[in-house]
Ligand binder design. Structure first.
Ligand SMILES: [Fe+2]
Length: 195
């Protein structure tokens, strides 16, 4: 063995590996809370009622720490405007406070949020808490949003503060029954920092 290889001890290799792991789970960027948060949303997975206008949307993801491990006891508050760009400021339509499952996964069945004048890009607001971790307030955006004119890489900062929050959108054709409509899906994994 040459001197260079010998100089890299097991301990150093492990620390490099840990650093690489850490870097691959960068804490999710924060964004503004906005004026429409309401406390007390129910833990409900199905936000879309039959006949709701708007394109069906499935949102899911995991709540992880910076090592990529599932965060125990996380609560995921999410809320968004309806198809017409209006928030329910009296009730809890399109609002949920979710407890992720044993695999750290949260998810809702909802509709694609509409646009509204103050913030004319589709988005979902998030507030995530977990014991021993910093509370995170952020938002998810949609790369398919016409607001980005087909080029979110160029136009993301017209509204989002962080490019990585403009998420890829998968589109699915409908199934044979009304229970399987054509829909969009986004995956938004959230990485929390230790408090
Ligand atoms: Fe908003």
């Amino acid at each position: 063995m040459g001197g260079a290889a010998a100089a890299l001890s097991q301990k150093q290799l492990l620390s490099y590996w840990e650093a690489a792991e850490e870097a691959s789970h960068k804490p999710t960027s924060a964004e503004v809370l906005g004026p429409f948060f309401r406390k007390g949303a129910p833990d409900q997975r199905v936000l879309r009622a039959a006949g709701d206008p708007g394109f069906p949307l499935k949102v899911s993801g995991r709540v992880l720490n910076t090592k990529g491990e599932i965060v125990e006891g996380a609560k995921v508050d999410l809320w968004h405007a309806d198809h017409g760009g209006l928030y329910d400021t009296k009730g809890y339509k399109y609002r949920a406070k979710l407890s992720p499952d044993a695999k750290g996964v949260y998810g809702v069945d909802t509709v694609m949020p509409g646009h509204y004048a103050d913030r004319p890009a589709q988005h979902i607001h998030y507030l995530i808490t977990a014991p021993g971790h910093k509370t995170l307030i952020t938002q998810a955006y949609f790369a398919t949003d016409p607001f980005y004119e087909g080029n979110p890489d160029k136009n993301w900062n017209k509204i989002a503060e962080h490019r990585e929050l403009v998420l890829p959108v998968k589109l699915f054709e409908g199934g044979a029954t009304a229970a399987q409509p054509a829909h969009a899906e986004i995956t938004f994994d959230i990485v929390l920092e230790k408090a």
